[in-house]
Write a protein that binds this ligand. Sequence first.
Ligand code: C2E
Ligand code: CA
Ligand code: CA
Length: 870
Amino acid sequence: MFEYKKVIDKDTMQNIAKEYHSTLTSELQALKDFIGADALFWATVDGKDLSTLSMLQNDKGQRHFTYQLNSALGQVENTCGVEVHVYPSLKSYPSDHAHMHFDAQSSVSAFIKNAANQCVGALVALFSDRVQESSLRHFSIAFKSFENLFTRLYQEKNTQAALQLMKEVQSISKIGAWEYNPEKDTVYWTDEVFEIYAISRRDGITLEQAMSHYKADSRIILQNAFNTLLTKGLPFSLELEFTDATGAHKWVRASGNCEKNEQNHVVRVFGAFEDISDEKTLRIQSEERAQKIENILNNINDALITIDQKGVISHLNEVALDMFGYTSRELLGANIAVLMPAPYAEQHDTYMAHYKETGNAKIMGVGRQLPAKRKSGEIFQMELSLSELTEEGEKKYIGVIRDISERIKAQDTIYNLAFTDNVTGLRNSQWFEREVRNLSNEARRKQHGLFVLLLDIDKMKVFNHKYGFNAGDEALKQIARNLKKVSSDAYSLYKYNADAFIFLAKSTFLMTEIHKFESDGLKDILLKENNFDVQIGQHKLCLTASLGSIIFDPSAHSFESMLNILEQAVRQSKLSAPFGYHHIAKEGIDQHDRYVRIKDALDSVADSGELSLVYQPQYDVDTNVVGFEALVRWHSKKLGFVSPGDFIPLAEESSAIISIGDWVIDEAISSLAYSIKQGAAYPISINISAKQIVEPSFSEKFLSCINFHQVPPQLIVIELTETALVLDISVVKQVMVELSNYGVQFSIDDFGTGYSSLAYLKELPISEVKVDKYFVDDINASASHQSYKIVDAIINISNALGVRSVAEGVEREIQKDYLARKGCHIFQGYFFSKPLNKEQWMNLIAELSHAPRANEQVVKFNDVNQRYSD
Ligand code: C2E
Ligand code: CA
Ligand code: CA
């Protein structure tokens, strides 16, 4: 870069000597004559002790020589304000060939000092004689003259350098300079100023013309500033709008300053002139951008708050002010904690410190719902997301805050519509599901269980039918109110389905402690009779309810299975209606789960090879085998042994019962064919489910099976439950009639447990009724005179219908004796024989075929044949 020395040194002196050689030479010549010296030269002094003297001029021509100064030998005189060193005799010093050459006798010298008071040069005069007093005075004057010349040359040189430098600086920075001469009223411009005006120096310009380039308002400002500078000497620096000679719009910075004389009058006015269009455009652009961003920030609905690492607010937008109800003066510089309610406010510093240390914050980048506090003290819900930024090397955080209280309110309205029961105003089953799922998540973490109760209003359908739906709704409303009143805070109450209520324990419990619920008295409170007494118009009506409860382990069971079990519990409680209560604990739920697994496996069970039949012998009163009941068995590879009591009802819920039934029919009839072949033709009873018998192709399939195995239809007894009969009586009757025309017999299973009327039964081709084990179990007293009304009645009915009676589940002799005494024909039960597997049955068949043939085994048919031939 450009650099020029502020003080004269050896190098500067030599440069000046070179550059101004002729000027200096002629000056020295003139001074030598004036002094009357034999030789005169000037030298540069380098250092303090050691000096190098360069000879520049003497009358005998130029030569360079050096010698060492030794001031100690000379004497110092002060003449005309100049310190002059006089060496009266040079004979001994300096012992230099130069002096020899001049043959000098004495010398006079004076040092040139720079601004730092260092000796940088010297003017030396040599004399062949002793130096004269007048010469000494002349030397002093000559020295002053030389010093002046030298200083002038030095300044000239420096000014040129400075001007050159300024020129270069100007062309680089586009800064021009101007100077105004108040006396002459002229302006001097540097090239750069002309360039900014886009005017050539040759064309020239007046001050007035120059002023016309400014925009009107800028011009006034500039003129005022310029006048103030002229009159008061006040400097200015202005940014002005400007149009150059080509019409291009520019921004310029014009500055002015002045120099004053001792009387404080402005004598020189000057300044800089700079094209700042680029800078200004950039600045305007970035200001505009900042403004735009600010506008955007103020127009979005989110509050923006920037804080530093200490939590001090450094920026916020207007939304933030509106949202929190403060002015910016109140918040800028305040700690962010003022916007937080307790305990967040107190914890905030610790939180920030933790984040600073670990860089861990749950809140970074993600939106979180948190409470916030307005100036009024009102707490509201906000959604806050934070991001980090670095501003001027300092870490800051920007929080985007959204006031979501309105949204929550709106959501509430939607929730209220979607999740509220419109009759009772209670939360509905959807809401229940949500809460159970939430609670389940918590329970799973803690390995806890939930306690749920389902309260079902009994015979609500009947009530609606009788009193109308409005009355029904009113009744539910009143019951809901009563239940809400009596139930404890520990439970949430929901309306469930049309006429039921759910209670959900709000807290979860260790599975091992859950037994506590059975004794918690809730049942007594909920099932209180007056909870279900309602006032409909003038009438006080009394309803009843059934309550089921379960303990639900969300780690083991799904929400859906929980509902199934809960409904199962209520179904069970209905058995002891009114105000029945049934609780299903873990075992019940496990059982339920097993049912679900059974159900899943049932579809393919008929083809699985896992089914088999067992045959339970039936006996007459003399203990002769008169037939067998085929009973299905399922040994599942996955589930182990599954009792038909468990899977048949489940199979009846789907079409699985058809494939199972088909398999049973085929297997039983083929066994029958086997026994006939073995010479022991005993009838076989086959259980047919209600769902199967109403299948359109049932009789056709059944007959073709009989045909296939070539067995007499008379040896087949179809057992139908009473419930099957009433399902679709006309279809069932049709099938029964058709098959019985071929000789197939029908037995009514579980007689007395259904609702069939005698009138129906009379119309059906029935051969036998089976007294269910349930009634046989009643017969237990040893007292022979005891009577068992239902058993008696069933046997009486069968007699009245003219059909055989078969007692089932006979386990004890007294049962057999009693039944026999009452006239029961056939007996089946563990007292005689458990059901036999195929092998055991085949053995029995073999035995029977060799036994002396009584005709007991045909009693069954004979009777029937007899009756129907009657
Ligand atoms: P069910 O038709 O009433 O069958 C009588 C049930 O009582 C059989 O149970 C039999 O094993 C059992 N039993 C007989 N004597 C006694 C006794 O002295 N004591 C006791 N405790 N039980 C005795 P199982 O075989 O478990 O069958 C249960 C039910 O499953 C049957 O009741 C029947 O409704 C159904 N079922 C069985 N096999 C079939 C079938 O092949 N098809 C259809 N559709 N249902 C079947
Ligand atoms: Ca049966
Ligand atoms: Ca039965």
